[in-house]
Design a protein around this ligand. Structure first.
Ligand code: FAD
Ligand code: SIN
Length: 532
């Protein structure tokens, strides 16, 4: 089966949907998504979307906070573009119908999160993502130029490699002609030929044992680009959210938003003693990398599996009004947050690295754009500032849509692309091989490539990953394609890229903390005697 479109979009989160809406004004759009369209990380976003709305906040303050959180590794030009264009993009989202909480005065009720020097997080209770996803999806679904293919899994992007030409990492002009996509309802592989393609496939939290990310977050876009010999960067910087609900029976881990700490929640140990000031003068609201490492250290000292978030001193009615979802979730497992501390521990949350793109969302592969969590624009540097990612998706999907629309007139479809060849493959009847390898991969990454790293642990991880890699490649070559084997293969690739980048970085900076390299860059706000 073949399909021809002007714009192919892979992914139905904020990045894919907001881009699709814009390019649909210039041509036909096919948007593929591997499960139901609404099942995205976007939908689970709690805290909100950071943007400068009122004085005394300024773009300069937001830029500064972003640079500090990123340990000054962010690209300042990209930070400026993102922050100064964000208010306009957020207003556009509001014009599309997204609602955010307001004060009685009619002004937006702005929240504060770790690392922000001002209140600037627009939110819809603690369900901001659901509100955004629903608003965008309604618009996209009713747009006459957009076709949505749910339950369609993108396997690989198509390049000249599929025309039998040699493509290496040194090839100058790699071109993207669309993607091979597995229809999960009838197990056939569709060849989608597109003039331009956007990858908006989200994150890869499932490479770790504990994650806040939904099942769809398996790093597919990044792995596709790496396989196609495109550029990927900053993969060593994987953000762990400090406060996921400690409830081991559940995957993904339920997030306890940082906004709850912004609202006054305090991190304490089992004895009810606050510990964050030992580590940073910003206490429970220090940036995530600092808080996650502090919690990791406290858990190592105490031997406990979690620490606690204490909200018992807060106004009970306001607490429930602001965080109804968290209140209900905790109550469902027997914790009344008005009277009891919430058990929390860190969980893999956000992939700062990804497909390397420029200020127009252009990847190193011609006619291939990337936006959202799968892309690395240079905004986050060594650590993402809380609630800066929904914003980044809006800004760069907008920019990519402008560039892609411009390219349309001069880009032709490549009709010679052959269909997918699966000759000689057989049905893999041993799913256990895949599920077991996935568990091994997650265990290796959690044990050796987590919050605190060392060269010894990273090299151990690499050796173990090589075994899983070879076993999986062998199985992949012989098996009829399934989503499960592709996702395992993609996550192994993500694990490899994280370890490789971590071994190459010979310093501790931002989210990459190695005991082999004492910190070399002083973060100007950190206390001098920071013990980590
Ligand atoms: P996603 O929303 O994850 O969408 C990815 C899409 O790609 C999905 O539709 C998926 O099905 C599709 N896809 C993936 N692979 C394939 C494939 N091979 N074939 C077809 N389709 C594919 N950020 C903030 O700024 N503020 C917050 O408050 C916030 N809270 C968060 C809370 C949680 C629990 C989580 C997990 C993240 C949070 N984040 C937050 C981060 C933010 O939600 C994400 O970075 C952002 O939503 C990513 O959007 P996206 O469009 O890039 O990807
Ligand atoms: C949160 O609500 O704490 C998550 C915000 C984010 O990941 O940006």
């Amino acid at each position: 089966m073949r399909k021809k479109v002007d714009f192919l979009v892979i992914g139905s989160g904020i990045a894919g949907l907001s881009y699709a809406l814009k390019v649909a004004e210039h041509g036909t759009v096919c948007l593929v998504t591997k499960t139901r369209a609404k099942e995205t990380a976007t939908r689970y976003a709690q805290g909100g979307i950071a943007t400068v709305m009122y004085t005394p906040d300024t773009y300069e303050k937001h830029i500064h906070d972003t640079m500090v959180a990123g340990d000054y590794l962010s690209n300042e030009k990209i930070v400026r573009i993102t922050i100064t264009e964000s208010t306009e993009r957020v207003k556009e989202l509001i014009a599309w119908g997204a609602e955010f909480d307001k004060e009685k005065s009619g002004k937006y009720d702005l929240a504060k999160e770790g690392g922000h020097s001002e209140k600037r997080i627009l939110h819809y209770k603690d369900q901001t993502g659901e509100e955004i996803e629903q608003t965008l999806l309604e618009r996209v679904t009713s747009h006459p130029n957009i076709e949505i293919l749910e339950n369609h899994f993108a396997i690989d992007i198509i390049t000249q490699h599929h025309l039998g030409k040699e493509v290496t990492r040194r090839t100058k002009e790699i071109q993207c002609y669309g993607a091979y996509v597995l229809n999960l309802q009838n197990n056939t592989i569709l060849t989608i030929l597109a003039r331009t393609t956007l990858l908006s496939t989200g994150g890869a939290g499932n490479v770790y044992g504990i994650t806040t990310n939904p099942e769809i977050a398996t790093g597919d876009g990044v792995a596709m680009v790496y396989r196609a010999k495109g550029r990927v960067r900053d993969m060593e910087f994987f953000q762990f959210h400090p406060t996921a609900l400690y409830h081991p029976a559940e995957r993904p881990a339920f997030l306890i938003t940082e906004a709850l700490r912004g609202f006054g929640g305090l991190l304490k140990n089992r004895q009810g003693v606050e510990f964050m000031y030992k580590y940073d003068k910003r206490g429970s609201l220090a940036p995530r990398d600092v808080v996650a490492r502090a919690i990791d250290n406290e858990m190592k000292i105490s031997g406990d599996d979690c620490v606690y978030l204490d909200c018992r001193h807060l106004d009970k009615i306001q607490l429930v009004n602001h965080f109804p979802n968290i209140y209900a979730k905790c109550l469902s497992i027997g914790i009344n947050i008005n009277n009891e501390m919430i058990p929390v521990n860190p969980a893999a949350h956000y992939m700062c690295g990804g497909i390397s793109v420029d200020e127009w969302g252009r990847s190193s592969i011609r006619n291939l754009y990337a936006s959202g969590e799968c892309a690395a624009t240079g905004l986050h540097g060594a650590n993402r500032l809380a609630s800066n990612s929904l914003l980044e998706s809006l800004v760069f999907s907008h920019r990519a849509s402008i560039d892609a629309a411009k390219q349309l007139a001069t880009t032709a479809l490549c009709e010679e692309i052959p269909d997918w060849n699966d000759e000689g493959t057989v049905l893999n009847e041993e799913m256990i091989l895949i599920t077991q390898s996935m568990k091994e991969l997650q265990a290796v990454m959690t044990s050796y490539v987590g919050i605190v790293r060392s060269n010894l642990r990273l090299n151990r991880a690499l050796k173990r990953l090589e075994i899983i890699y070879h076993e999986t490649e062998d199985l992949y070559q012989k098996s009829v394609i399934t989503q499960q084997i592709c996702e395992l293969r993609n996550l192994i690739n993500i694990g490899y890229l994280i370890i490789k980048a971590a071994l190459e970085r010979k310093e501790s900076i931002g989210l990459h903390y190695s005991i082999d390299y004492p910190r070399t860059r002083a973060n100007e706000f950190e206390v001098a005697d920071h013990p980590l």
